[in-house]
Design a protein around this ligand. Sequence first.
Ligand SMILES: Cc1cc2nc3c(=O)[nH]c(=O)nc-3n(C[C@H](O)[C@H](O)[C@H](O)COP(=O)(O)O)c2cc1C
Length: 382
Amino acid sequence: MAFPFNTEYPSIESLRERAQKRMPKFAFEYLDGGCNENINIKRNTSEIRDIQLKPWYLKNYKDSHLKTKLFGIEYDAPFGISPVGLQGLMWPNATEILAKASLKHNIPFILSTVTTSSIERVSELTEGRAWFQLYNPKEDWLRNDIIQRAEDAGCPVLVLLCDVPTFGYRPKEIRNGLAMPPQVNFRNVLQVLNRPHWALQTLKHGAPKFATMEKYMENGMSIKQLGKWMNATFSGRLNAEKIKPIRDLWKGKLVLKGVASEEDTQEAIKLGFDGIIVSNHGGRQLDAGESTIKPLSRIAEKYKDQITVMMDSGIRTGPDIARVMSSGADFSFMGRSFMYGVGALGEEGGDHTIAMLKMQLQQVLEQLCCEKVSDLPNFKIS
Ligand SMILES: Cc1cc2nc3c(=O)[nH]c(=O)nc-3n(C[C@H](O)[C@H](O)[C@H](O)COP(=O)(O)O)c2cc1C
């Protein structure tokens, strides 16, 4: 059988292991960690895997395919790339590597406000197909300017984030100085010296910058000033008053990311959102909350006919994607899985990870004799 990826790394876990050996420790821990006691980062995946799908081998069916329509666009698979901040710090040029791979494989790529390539650059790389995730700026003029740039760049979907009303308490980031304001300390410098390939690639591509936000910042800000500037510029607390002007301004599809309750879903429907991403930020914000698959099941059952319901957090394999789709999601997203791929394999990492996940999911569909993703058997968490 021919595999469309490097067979040395046939799973996200094998990519994660290699990424750990190639990324400086502080960067790997920023990517890999959850928050507080790391409860939900584990539970997100383990509770998805409690779902067991029933095969029907003698069913007559033709071939399986993964094509899935979302907001009127046909994608080649029912999964996309979640927004991740500071990607270029974890692996140089990571945002661009993933944006290019998303175009090649025709899956959605969501660009974070606080990552290291700009809206304009990513739009160019994805031929205007990338979605944009907005951290809500405190100042109206800044919010309007960023939204205008996303519109000019042709973004079809704007994603608002609601699950960062305050910072996530992440002990490893606090120790590593990656909490705001970030610090350059002796320990971090030593870790870079231990990862020469990462250091060389960083020299080649230049120090990572907040590329979309750069034009609003003063030249030559120190790292400490930068952290303070970010805190002063954005407000993670969303409410109806802040959302209404965005809905009025944005003509494309609008998605609320970070929903974990029926109450927020109802409010999203009232406020005119086209979709929600049920998510607990990959277990990085509220460790005392539920794993994401639980609210997904309830929300999809009640509201799927009123709003598009997507999910991220904890998905690491093709079978995980199948389980999530069986629980009622219209689409799924992953954050860390793709970043492990890039950390492990650099330029090849995006292509490798998407091709591998497609193959794993295709295999599950064939095992279950499903022609398309929407034929997956329904599963309800009790
Ligand atoms: C290192 C890291 C940075 C992230 N930065 C952002 C961000 O800037 N904006 C955002 O909406 N979500 C951000 N997220 C959350 C992801 O979009 C996504 O919800 C999460 O990674 C999904 O969980 P998974 O990693 O288990 O797939 C980040 C996640 C990680 C791991």
